[in-house]
Design a protein around this ligand. Sequence first.
Ligand SMILES: *Cc1c(COP(=O)(O)O)cnc(C)c1O
Length: 398
Amino acid sequence: MDKRFVYADNSATTKISDAVLEAMMPYLKDYYGNASSIYSLGMDSARAILRSREAVAKAIGAKTSEIYFTSGGSESDNWAIKCAAEVGAAKGKKHIVTTVFEHHAVLHTCEYLEKHGFEVTYVPVDEMGLVHAEDIKNALRDDTCLVTVMFANNEIGTIQPIAEIGAICRERKILFHTDAVQAVGNVEINVAEMNIDLLSLSGHKIHAPKGVGALYMRTGINLPNFIHGGAQERSKRAGTENVAGIVGLATAITEATKNIPEKQARLSKMRDRLIAELTKIPESRLNGDPVKRLCGNVNISFRGIEGESLLLSLDLEGICASSGSACTSGSLDPSHVLLAIGLPHSTAHGSLRLSLSDDTTEEDIDYILSKVPRTVEKLRAMSPLWERILRDEDIDAE
Ligand SMILES: *Cc1c(COP(=O)(O)O)cnc(C)c1O
């Protein structure tokens, strides 16, 4: 098979789509006015931001006034969690409930709050990578000020029972935040029906540029500012607006949510073909739930190899993929997500995440399937660990 370039790391970031770039271009070149200025060039920017806010709200079933633009998923997570904690502390409520396998933007924020007098309960997930609503319910206390559970996991793609958790939190009048960065555009989201109070989303995971995102904040919640300064975003988030980025985000989210069932059908077919073929490789396993799973996520562990070596070999073949999460590569610790679902260290180390997008084609899947099994075999042939696995030694014992 001829060498191709296959980008299969769309959970790390995506390529800007042509429609997004086209929509942004005028705001980079001609409409450069500051949205706070009163002359018409400024008004053009202000109008573009308003239209974008309407589009983002519509995509998740929110009201226009409930959307605040930010610099991305990490900022939205930090704002929601730190400022909900501040509100809770003022009422003497300093307990937060989250899960063990959140994105680091959530986990590290919770760890920061623990250093500042908050208590955090990290609810475990089951071996499929699913959070049980009942476990969240059991973790709630009278002094719980916030529950934060991700909508879909970025590594193993599991989709959580968000509506169920939302209903529990609403009944107990506890704020509920969800990091929906991976779910937006892949799963139908309606913040009102799902009883979500706060939701984080990001542009660059859905074919908009990096550095733009949004926080949905339900009417009446009124968290304090995270970024202080000017009166932008109705005085809630200071900083001259990233007008082109915001227009890009709105275009991308409109495109991504236009026909989710069709996208799910198309991508899950390719996903399931990858899973079926790659799990035929001996000593391999699928990580995460086969059904309650993002339509573009494949995560498989191959015993006896190092994920990093696999990624480098695949790169030489023109395939971009990931092992663990992008933030963890460079460190020797295996992914906290794979450890959370109970994988031994050695198995967690040999994992491969392939994440598909609207751009992925059947030919890309053919190409991946022509390369991955052979690469795994080659790496195993050089691996002392693989020899020990073949001899049935317990490699996780020491
Ligand atoms: C990528 C990602 C983030 C971070 O978003 P940025 O826009 O890159 O800051 C947060 N949460 C999840 C689940 C992600 O996948």
